[in-house]
Design a binder for this molecule. Structure first.
Ligand SMILES: Cc1cc2nc3c(=O)[nH]c(=O)nc-3n(C[C@H](O)[C@H](O)[C@H](O)COP(=O)(O)OP(=O)(O)OC[C@H]3O[C@@H](n4cnc5c(N)ncnc54)[C@H](O)[C@@H]3O)c2cc1C
Ligand SMILES: *[C@@H]1O[C@H](CO)[C@@H](O)[C@H](O)[C@H]1NC(C)=O
Ligand SMILES: *[C@@H]1O[C@H](CO)[C@@H](O)[C@H](O)[C@H]1NC(C)=O
Ligand SMILES: *[C@@H]1O[C@H](CO)[C@@H](O)[C@H](O)[C@H]1NC(C)=O
Ligand SMILES: *[C@@H]1O[C@H](CO)[C@@H](O)[C@H](O)[C@H]1NC(C)=O
Ligand SMILES: *[C@@H]1O[C@H](CO)[C@@H](O)[C@H](O)[C@H]1NC(C)=O
Ligand SMILES: *[C@@H]1O[C@H](CO)[C@@H](O)[C@H](O)[C@H]1NC(C)=O
Length: 491
């Protein structure tokens, strides 16, 4: 063998030997329910598989803590050995900054899955590894609910750390607005309780990924008051873009009326050749709380625009994810091996001219022969906002309470080298920029939890300089070495 090869082989062998010994040391410090998965094992492969196969974090080992203290020990161990680490839960995080993790420990939170409702019925304490649907179901069983993300397979904690949108935000505010206190493992391995007395509390509600690993959160919960929901789906042909979005804006502007708290509208654009062989359709969803059928006053103006098809469904809160294609069995909950970048922008209202320009580009991208983006989905989320706007703009690190609509193309494609990655990035940014120019806003406002990764901290956390200053100062205090900087780093 070549001298260099020999040396390399010896190096590899010694690295492996040292690492095995080290992890045995770690194992002795962990509870009996903790797991350590080594590369090559099925358990390791399953744990590192992600929703989006683009710019993914790379780990050499997966630790599955069985207790809060296991998280502490794992972080301390990582620090002693100068290893990077990253908490994961629902693995739906897709921001490209995650790809900056090239080795180290994935701390998979799934076993911290406890949900305990307080005796007074006003709060629940929720483990850092709980998934959205598990929480909804557990609370529902005792006649309670709280704000969670809409998608069943996404983590409960992940969305909230960036603010957190959900069906109930019009009533109660964002997911993070419900937080009462949380247990957090800091970069140096200290476990602290963070609540309104701590400066960190403000930052955890919108920029939380930057500061620690949350082992549990105590959240406000509510009695279920409106279990029933109805939804009307109206599928429009793409030539109705201007009319549909002019109406989506206008309905609540007349008489200065505000959007009712019991109403949500979402729409998707996607290419479905069985409905329209030439261009993507507009699927417009009108969702109403507490009814069996959506009020005709809400649906009639849209019906007058002449949809291709309409469909009405009724059921309960727990059916919403299935109706909107984000339940456990829906495509977005499967790990397909596809890259799933989004290019989000918050808007105050729709600009029909910009909607048309973007639609035409999206149309070409989804219908061109052999385009990699034929399965792309453009998402327009219009939640009710009362609960979000009732809370002060400066009250939390989430910066975008003044906006009304969360809009993003999801450019699903099969990975195939850096060329298609670059095309996706250009396409997504081009469409987003058209919406930005049409908005008349001076800063790009993006949802950190949908972010592509090339946005700036200003776009993720707000353009007010006091926000950046405050976050930077906290980062310096709590994470001076930037160990929590793989997900949308402040600095
Ligand atoms: C199909 C789909 C639907 C979505 N729906 C919604 C929605 O309705 N509302 C909404 O607001 N967002 C939604 N999102 C976006 C969602 O907020 C982010 O994708 C989020 O990062 C997912 O969290 P996760 O636990 O599933 O992912 P992960 O990749 O496991 O986690 C994402 C990041 O969160 C951090 N993290 C996770 N758990 C912890 C913890 N316990 N302590 C500290 N840090 C932690 C880590 O930095 C990690 O990199 C959706 C995304 C998808 C793909
Ligand atoms: C969470 O829900 C999933 C799917 O419904 C289920 O398989 C799993 O056992 C639940 N986990 C816990 C801890 O209850
Ligand atoms: C992710 O994409 C790469 C190509 O970039 C491919 O080799 C790999 O098989 C994909 N992963 C999955 C789980 O499909
Ligand atoms: C859709 O929701 C957004 C956000 O709340 C709102 O501004 C808009 O008026 C709504 N449109 C309809 C038709 O409900
Ligand atoms: C991958 O890219 C090559 C050219 O770089 C192309 O020939 C091939 O068809 C692509 N494959 C897929 C699955 O898109
Ligand atoms: C809508 O967008 C177009 C195209 O960017 C722009 O010219 C126009 O001023 C925008 N309209 C409003 C009301 O902002
Ligand atoms: C860990 O960091 C926190 C926040 O900076 C600090 O208050 C605490 O003293 C540190 N703990 C140790 C053991 O250094």
């Amino acid at each position: 063998m070549h001298h260099l090869q020999l040396k390399f082989a010896a190096l590899l062998a010694s690295a492996a030997a040292v690492s095995c010994q080290n992890y045995a040391q770690l194992a002795r410090k962990l509870s009996s329910t903790a797991h350590i998965y080594q590369p090559g094992s099925d358990a390791f492969n399953a744990a590192v598989l992600r929703w989006s196969n683009f710019s993914t974090p790379v780990a050499n080992v997966v630790v599955v803590p069985g207790t809060e203290n296991d998280v502490v020990e794992t972080v301390k161990f990582a620090n002693v050995h100068s290893l990077p680490f990253l908490a994961t839960n629902g693995v739906h995080g897709s921001i490209s900054t995650l790809g900056k993790m090239t080795h180290g420990i994935e701390i998979h939170m799934s076993q911290l899955s406890s949900i305990a409702v307080a005796q007074n019925g006003l709060t629940a304490t929720i483990g850092g590894g709980v998934l959205s649907k598990n929480l909804t179901d557990a609370l529902w069983a005792v006649g309670k609910q709280t704000v969670t993300g809409t998608c069943e397979c996404v983590g409960y904690m992940g969305p909230g750390l960036g603010g957190g949108h959900g069906w109930l935000q019009g009533r109660y505010g964002l997911i993070s607005d419900q937080y009462v206190s949380m247990n957090v493992v800091l970069a140096n391995g200290s476990l602290i309780t963070v609540d309104q007395r701590s400066e960190l509390f403000w930052a955890m509600k919108g920029a939380g990924h930057n500061f620690g690993i949350v082992t549990s959160i105590t959240s406000k919960i509510y009695d279920i008051q409106h279990p029933n929901y109805a939804m009307e789906t109206l599928i429009f042909s793409g030539d109705k873009v201007e009319a549909v979005y002019a109406l989506a804006n206008q309905q609540w502007l007349t008489d200065g009326a505000s959007m009712p708290v019991d109403l949500i509208n979402w729409s998707y654009w996607y290419f479905d050749p069985t409905t329209d062989a030439e261009k993507p359709v507009i699927a417009f969803y009108i969702i109403q709380e507490g009814v069996q059928t959506v009020d005709a006053a809400h649906t009639n103006p849209f019906l007058q625009l002449g949809p291709i098809t309409t469909q009405a469904v009724s059921g309960t809160y727990r059916d919403l994810a299935g109706w909107t294609g984000i339940s456990l069995s829906s495509t977005p909950c499967q790990k397909t091996g596809n890259a799933n970048p989004r290019f989000p922008i918050y808007l105050k209202s729709y600009n029909s001219t910009a909607q048309r320009e973007v639609y035409d580009i999206f149309c070409t991208a989804t219908t061109a022969p052999s385009s990699p983006f034929s399965n792309a989905l453009f998402m327009f989320e219009g939640y009710s906002q009362q609960g979000v706007k009732a809370i002060g703009q400066d009250a939390t690190a989430f910066a975008y309470r003044a906006d009304n609509l969360l809009v993003a193309p999801l450019l699903t494609y099969t990975p195939n080298g850096t060329l298609v990655d670059a095309i996706a990035s250009k396409l997504g940014n081009t469409m987003r920029n058209i919406l930005f120019l049409g908005s008349g806003e001076s800063s790009l406002n993006t949802y950190v939890n949908y972010a592509y990764g090339d946005e700036t901290p200003v776009a993720w956390y707000g353009s007010d300089s006091w926000r950046q200053d405050r976050l930077c100062a906290l980062k310096e205090d709590f994470d001076p070495r930037g160990q929590f900087s793989f997900y949308a780093p402040i600095v």
